[in-house]
Ligand binder design. Structure first.
Ligand code: HEC
Length: 115
């Protein structure tokens, strides 16, 4: 009896912990996006400057795999003929890989792309 209750408490605690990690990620993602990425990508992700692609829509660029997008965000990226490059880490070397993962999660949610 007591054993079962302890296990249930432990399971509830774990569920709570993973929920709050997800919420923290989104909050951090929003902070990073609004602090750095918004300058070029715009608050709605559709792009503010010539050469910045529209990231919105379920079939848009954000439907590319995580690993590919993360590499492009970390290293920077310029497609052939594009007038502007995506700077490494959005131009902020202080952003960690975890920050970039968080911002990817935020963009997918905010710009209407399934996780
Ligand atoms: C100085 C402007 C600028 C900033 C700041 C910037 N980007 Fe970009 N980003 C670009 C441009 C330009 C491209 C398109 C590059 C190309 O296709 O040649 C791009 C492309 C992308 C792409 C699509 C990559 C693909 O597969 O085509 C993602 C995702 C992205 N940026 C995420 C971010 C994130 C996250 C941040 C903030 C941490 C950020 N960007 C900050 C200019 C910027």
């Amino acid at each position: 009896m007591t054993g079962t209750r302890l296990i249930m408490l432990a399971v509830m605690g774990l569920a709570y912990a993973s929920l709050s990690v997800a919420a923290n990620d989104l909050a951090r993602g929003a902070e990073v996006f609004n602090g750095t990425c918004i300058a070029c990508h715009g608050s709605d992700g559709s792009g503010n400057l010539p050469g910045v692609p529209d990231l919105t829509g379920s079939k848009g660029l954000l439907s590319t795999k995580d690993a590919v997008l993360l590499k492009r965000m970390v290293d920077g990226f310029q497609s052939p003929g594009s007038p502007m490059a995506m700077p490494p880490r959005g131009g902020d070397p202080g952003l960690t890989d975890a920050d970039l993962k968080a911002v990817l999660k935020y963009m997918r949610k905010e710009f209407k792309i399934a996780p």
